[in-house]
Design a protein around this ligand. Structure first.
Ligand code: FAD
Length: 379
């Protein structure tokens, strides 16, 4: 499947909402909105997810890496402990999700290797690991012998690297499906429409969609990188903009051993990653381009990914291409998420998770659910 502007489908959705009053409405069913809806429903709230196509946004395209250490770059020193705590919250989160849906939801990859392609790339990785080590986030050095076991097929130019044993990855699409199922078991329903506005009334909030209205004590806006619905006058709209990212999903190779861990790299100065999926397919990503809402895949995107990918991992030449997609990372000017209450009582934002929506989803959902519950939605 080659997909550009058409909307993908995760293949499952919520049962339709039969009422026009709920305790909490979640606008947007990406990983952030879905995890929040599940946590809200666990607090005995009647919850609706408003989204024409849950799971079709950035959450469909993401690598699913939980980069507790790897995502702590030079500009993110203050987020280091948040990243590590968020990553570690995935163990109980996945266990609880698996138990709720009644089937195992394993990590897609159990750890991460960081390697530089050439000498200057390797120096860049060394520099980053030294910085992370100074923050108390150690990567374990690995030599070429160990790399050959962890990353079979790695190009000969790589001599050494680092192993981050807790920076795992999840299968993003499997997690989204599981969250819809888990929330559905607790009675969460869906409205398959776009939300156009949210207004404050004396008794709560009114959510207007393309086809109708519903009333909620609390509303969580989790619309990813999309333009926000109109918010109540008292609430200033935050600046959110899309940063596009193209990924390729590649077919498993018969008779060729491929990496079982995430491979993060710098190739001639450009970041690149490869994430294995439980079905054996490999996700190669990702570009970072600011072209507004243009999700067309440009030749330059493909050229960059393929050129860098096959230099680092020559076996990629033999792989079939399963799909090529662009996702829009929801981004804020300082690259920090906007999560919490607004000046309008009952209205909450869960926006701007940029490169780390999966990493941060359990933490964001838990935080919002306790805020909403303390506001007294439904009571
Ligand atoms: C190429 C790429 C790779 C990435 N890799 C990783 C990674 O490895 N690890 C990681 O942690 N993060 C990664 N990310 C980031 C991650 O995907 C995002 O941060 C995360 O998916 C954001 O989730 P979300 O729920 O906020 O938004 P989305 O998943 O975009 O969901 C938003 C939802 O809101 C709905 N919506 C929008 N407007 C409206 C409206 N008006 N009314 C109703 N519904 C609406 C949409 O239909 C959509 O379903 C990656 C992103 C990209 C693009």
């Amino acid at each position: 499947m080659l997909s550009g502007p058409t909307r993908p489908s995760i293949g499952t959705t919520f049962p339709p909402l039969r009422d026009d009053v709920v305790d909490a409405a979640v606008i947007g069913g990406g990983v952030i909105g879905l995890a929040t809806a599940w946590r809200l429903a666990q607090r005995d709230l009647r919850v609706a997810v408003i989204d024409p196509s849950p799971g079709s946004g950035a959450s469909f395209v993401a690598g699913g890496m939980l980069g507790g250490v790897a995502e702590t770059g030079f500009a993110e020193a203050d987020a280091a402990s948040t990243h590590v705590v968020a990553r570690d919250s995935w163990d109980p989160f996945l266990a609880e999700l698996s138990a709720t849906i009644g089937r195992p939801l394993p990590y897609a990859a159990p750890g991460t290797v960081m390697v530089g392609f050439d000498r200057s790339d390797a120096q860049a990785i060394d520099h980053l690991v030294t910085f992370q080590r100074n923050l108390g986030l150690p990567g374990r050095p690995v030599d070429r012998g160990e790399l050959d076991v962890l990353v079979p097929g790695l190009g000969r130019s790589v001599r050494s690297g680092y192993f981050l044993d807790r920076d795992a990855a999840v299968d993003n699409r499997a997690v989204v499906v599981a969250l819809i199922e888990a929330a559905t078991t607790l009675g969460v329903c869906g409205v398959s429409e776009n939300c156009t506005s949210i207004t404050a009334t004396r008794s709560g909030l009114t959510v207007t969609t393309t086809e109708g209205q519903l009333h909620a004590s609390s509303v969580v806006v989790a619309t990813g990188a999309a333009p926000l619905p109109a918010l109540p006058d008292a609430t200033s709209a935050p600046a959110i903009y899309p940063v596009g990212g193209v990924i390729l999903r590649l077919e498993p190779l018969r008779d060729v051993q491929t990496p079982a861990v995430v491979v993060r790299s710098v190739v001639r100065g450009r970041p690149l990653y490869l994430v294995p999926r439980p079905d054996g397919s490999l996700v190669l990503g990702a570009t970072a381009v600011e072209r507004g809402f243009d999700v067309a895949v440009h030749v330059s995107d493909l050229h960059q990914l393929l050129d860098d990918g096959r230099m680092l991992l020559p076996f990629l030449d033999e792989c079939g291409v399963l799909d090529v997609m662009t996702g829009l990372r929801p981004t804020t000017p300082d690259h920090r998420p906007i999560v919490g209450a607004t000046t309008t009582p009952g209205l909450y934002l869960a926006l701007g998770h940029y490169r780390n929506g999966f990493l941060l989803a359990p933490a964001t959902a838990e935080h919002l659910a306790s805020l909403v519950a303390s506001h007294g939605a439904g009571r």
